[in-house]
Design a binder for this molecule. Structure first.
Ligand code: ADP
Ligand code: MG
Length: 456
């Protein structure tokens, strides 16, 4: 050790101040292994036995530590906390477990991945629990690639999509995987709001050094909902520098946002362009098949198997948001449990009552048939009759589709209306039209037009 190593009494003075500001138990836990290597009015160098302690101290106690060092050094030293390796030993008297070894302690595999105090990783948000599909394949694959080789594949990874489509899930899945496979890495996952709050607090308390040290010494930085940087000029500025430092050091940056970089309002151009340096991946609304898969999976989580009809009903009626899909599944399962009822289409309808626009009482199957007949120029009685020619069968299927979507009649009732057809015929017609409309823009538009006519 060099001659700059301060007398042990210097550390004792620092420790005494710390003990005044930190509960005893905490002090023993966090500071007992700390050693002071250098202390001058300009510079303080300390060591701790492992990364975990270092992160924790930086996160929770940097302010008090810095104050104590200022007081003892009569200056404003720049503080550096290293992992004790080059012979810097914990100072006795501070360590609860004396004697402390003087030999370099092997660098422990430090469990350094951590969420912020206000973010606890959701154990369910793993890759295993994420259902890929055409709407999210690319962001999913990109997230996997980044988790497997952070800093090497896509940097930054920018995920965007509207609310409830799985951004947070993917970000946390990356954290889970890294924590599992790369325990050596320092991972920092937090919301943009937390970043902003930390920054504001650091500015107010004159602790920018600590702030910067923390954010610029990570291997992977994930910030969720980065669009909240909009109109926060100083935080943007700070984030810009954080970004550059990490990026230049080949550290992985992962961001999520509710819109693509160019569309975040009032965000600086230089940030927009950086966000686009790596990969920008959009999560779209899930397609029908993905919704079905998600519903079936979430039902299983409740230990329930929903009948096909119920799964389809939910998938047809809740389209835009996976969080809402989950809510609906929970509600159906919850109602079945509470009322001891079988999970069937009636229960599903009841469960969704608040989520769905009420089926308009003005919409009648009659009205639907007349509107469709008029549009296609076919006689009403043919639509309701038995003829199977394509020119009739197709409009008839559209009628059934609309009847199912816009009225609260059961499949049987609708079948009955169309010449006593079986409920499976109605189901088939419904599925067929729905699928066709997904691929066929013209049909989709026709249906929209008919809907408007029928409901107005
Ligand atoms: P966002 O952050 O985009 O608003 P979240 O990540 O919070 O959305 O996702 C909302 C809910 O939907 C979460 O419970 C999440 O687990 C679930 N979810 C989203 N996408 C999927 C998916 N592809 N597979 C399974 N669950 C998903
Ligand atoms: Mg989110």
């Amino acid at each position: 050790m060099s001659e700059s190593v301060p007398d042990r009494s210097v550390w004792e003075r620092v420790a005494t101040i710390l003990r005044r500001s930190v509960p005893r138990q905490q002090f023993e836990t966090w500071f007992r292994g700390m050693a002071l290597v250098t202390l001058t009015p300009d510079r303080a160098e300390l060591t701790v036995p492992n990364n975990f302690l270092r992160e924790w101290i930086l996160r929770k106690y940097f302010g008090v530590l810095r104050k104590a060092l200022r007081e003892v050094s009569s200056g404003d030293p720049e503080v550096e906390i290293r992992i004790g390796e080059d012979g810097a030993a914990p100072v006795e008297g501070v360590a609860a477990e004396a004697p402390a070894p003087r030999a370099p302690s092997p660098r422990p595999p430090a469990p350094v991945a951590y969420g912020e105090s206000d973010v606890i990783l959701n154990a369910q948000y793993t890759f295993d629990n994420f259902i890929p599909g055409p709407s999210n394949n690319f962001p999913y694959a990109a997230a996997l690639a980044v988790a497997d080789s952070p800093g090497k594949s896509y940097n930054p990874l920018f995920l965007h999509g509207s609310v409830g489509l799985g951004k947070t899930h993917l970000l946390q899945a990356i954290c889970h995987r890294l924590m599992e496979r790369r325990p050596d890495m320092r991972i920092l996952y937090l919301s943009c709001e937390t970043f902003t709050n930390h920054f504001v607090t650091a500015v107010a308390n004159g602790e920018l050094d600590g702030f910067r040290f923390r954010y610029r010494h990570v291997d992977v930085l994930l910030i969720d909902d980065i669009h909240f940087l909009a109109s926060r000029e100083r935080t943007q500025e700070e984030f810009f520098h954080t970004f550059n430092t990490l990026y230049n050091a080949n550290k992985q940056i992962i961001l999520s946002s509710d819109s693509n970089p160019a569309e975040i309002p009032t965000i600086e151009e230089r940030l927009v362009s950086r966000f686009k340096w790596g990969v920008v991946a959009k999560i779209d609304q899930p397609v029908y098949e993905t919704r079905v898969a998600i519903i079936a999976r979430k039902a299983r989580v409740h230990g329930a198997t929903f009948p096909d009809e119920v799964v389809k009903f939910l998938a047809e009626n809740i389209r835009s948001n996976i969080r809402e899909i989950e809510g609906a599944v929970n509600k159906v399962a919850g109602m079945a449990h509470i009322y001891q009822r079988p999970i069937d289409i009636d229960l599903a309808r009841e469960a969704l009552r608040d989520l769905l626009p009420p089926p308009s009482s003005r919409v009648s199957v009659d009205g639907i048939v007349r509107t469709v007949a008029d549009h296609f120029g076919v006689p009403v009685k043919d639509l309701m009759g038995k003829r199977r020619s394509k020119s009739i069968a197709h409009p008839r299927q559209i009628c059934m589709f609309l009847a199912r979507r816009l009225t609260s009649h059961s499949l049987e009732e609708i079948g009955g209306y169309f010449g006593g057809r079986d409920h499976t015929t109605v189901m088939y017609a419904y599925d067929k039209i729905r699928r066709e409309a997904e691929d066929n823009q013209e049909l989709a538009e026709t249906i929209e037009k008919l809907k408007v006519k029928v409901t107005s």
